[in-house]
Design a protein around this ligand. Structure first.
Ligand SMILES: [Zn+2]
Length: 101
């Protein structure tokens, strides 16, 4: 019926005994942190922009703990205490975004 796979199929038997297929829209997966995969807090599904994200750096992408780590590593790389290669691979791309500015 529908070509889109984003509709979930549910097979139902009607009261008259017919087999029919009902389609319903699948819910979106919860937003998760790109580094530690924990579910993000403060992310709503409806409302204005500020209800659907948070205004922190990396808001809506990283959780608060991981973004704090990234900021920490970023300042250490800028100060020359550590090199970018010393930062773990999961953090490196985000640290690079901070340092590049
Ligand atoms: Zn995280």
């Amino acid at each position: 019926m529908y070509r889109s796979r984003s509709y979930k199929k549910a097979r139902k038997v009607t009261r008259t005994g017919k087999n029919v297929v009902h389609y319903r829209r699948a819910k979106n997966a919860p937003h998760v942190c790109a580094i530690c995969l924990v579910e993000l807090n403060g992310i709503g599904s409806s409302g204005g922009k500020s209800r659907r994200t948070n205004s922190r750096q990396f808001g809506g992408v990283l959780c608060s703990r991981c973004s704090a780590e990234v900021v920490k590593f970023g300042s250490r790389v800028e100060q020359g205490e550590i090199k970018l290669d010393d930062v773990g691979t999961r953090y490196r791309a985000y640290v690079l975004q901070l340092v590049a500015h």
